[in-house]
Design a protein around this ligand. Structure first.
Ligand code: 8YV
Length: 322
């Protein structure tokens, strides 16, 4: 497939960059200052695009510059930086990397839940600072007796729910709609869910539909013993309201892997010792990132071999209507 020009919108992991380079004529986007000239020259020849969260948005304006674009392969299950509806309207296929990261992100979520409730990073810091010699680490909150509420019971949400059940924690959920095939109680809104639980786990995708689903009212409903965990998208939580709620003791604490403006994390959060903050590492093991990268490459190879996309997103009408 050398000769088929495939562009990357930003830095990709080596497996992806090398995989694409082997198969296609790879055209990495230059920095912002060179992008306009690059698109003017190469844009009309580019037929495939590989992109990822943290790169520039793949929106209508960019698609206008790529008039022969056929397929956009997103590295990541969340594809909120791709305007997939617009791509769909143009007949451009969008793929993502589902399934291969489900268990990894769910593992991380449980790690973050335990780290946050039992204050594991703080305990580690305590020991390293030599404070144990002066007395034991203070007693912490507990997972025992908690009820968990999951916002976004998709593939990863279900994998988290299974783990919580194994930990003896009852699960409830909210989402776009009630799912008839799941055994957990459904609450129609995040506020209702938050009122019923004291451990709220957000694992919803980003985008307009979920923007600030967790706001001041949800945090108030979660209550002073409540713990918020977010492993989905930062935009799902109103970060300003969260800082306020943590300051005021409206909720007990939070464990976050995702933020509204990554990699920038509000200084107010960083200054709070009881909050656990991870740098968006949910899927970040070598094993899982390799699987995601391979799936992104395989989607492009499959498309350009005439076999269609392997994992098209919901907005991609595939098989395409005749
Ligand atoms: C990645 C993710 O960190 O898959 C996702 O949606 O958020 C993560 O697995 C990200 O997509 C790539 O940087």
């Amino acid at each position: 497939m050398k000769g088929v020009e495939v562009a990357t919108t930003g830095p990709m992991m080596r497996l992806v960059a090398e995989g694409l380079d082997r198969q296609f004529t790879l055209r990495p986007f230059p920095g912002p200052e060179g992008l306009d000239a690059f698109l003017a020259e190469a844009g009309p020849r580019i037929r495939g695009l590989a992109t990822s969260g943290g790169h520039r948005r793949v929106d209508a304006a960019l698609m206008d510059r790529l008039p022969n674009l056929e397929v956009i392969a997103n590295f990541g299950v969340g594809y909120d930086t791709v305007d997939a509806a617009e791509a769909g309207r143009r007949g451009i296929v969008v793929t993502n990397t589902p399934d291969v990261l489900t268990e990894e992100v769910a593992d991380l979520a449980l790690g973050l839940i335990l780290a946050t409730i039992r204050q594991l990073p703080q305990a580690d810091r305590y020991l390293r600072a030599g404070k144990w010699l002066g007395g034991p680490f203070p007693l912490t909150a507990t997972l025992r007796g908690r009820k968990a509420g999951i916002i976004g019971l998709g593939r990863i949400g279900k994998a988290i729910a299974r783990r919580l059940e194994a930990f003896g924690v009852p699960v409830a959920y909210t989402g776009r709609r009630r799912q008839p095939d799941v055994p957990y109680p459904y609450h129609a809104t995040p506020v209702e869910l938050a009122r019923a639980v004291d451990l709220l786990v957000a694992v919803a995708p980003g985008g307009a539909e979920t923007h600030h689903l967790v706001d001041a009212a949800v945090l108030a409903a979660l209550g002073p013993d409540g713990i918020l965990i977010n492993v989905g998208r930062g935009s799902v939580v109103d970060e300003g309201a969260l800082v306020e709620a943590l300051r005021a003791g409206t909720i007990l604490t939070a464990g976050l892997d995702v933020y509204e403006d990554e990699p920038r994390v509000p200084a107010a959060l960083v200054a709070m010792d009881h909050v656990v903050l991870l740098p968006h590492v949910g899927s970040a093991s070598v094993h899982t990132r390799d699987a995601m990268g391979q799936l992104a490459v395989d989607n492009l190879v499959s498309w350009f071999s005439g076999k269609g996309p392997l994992t098209p997103v919901a907005e991609t009408p595939w098989p395409r209507p005749a």
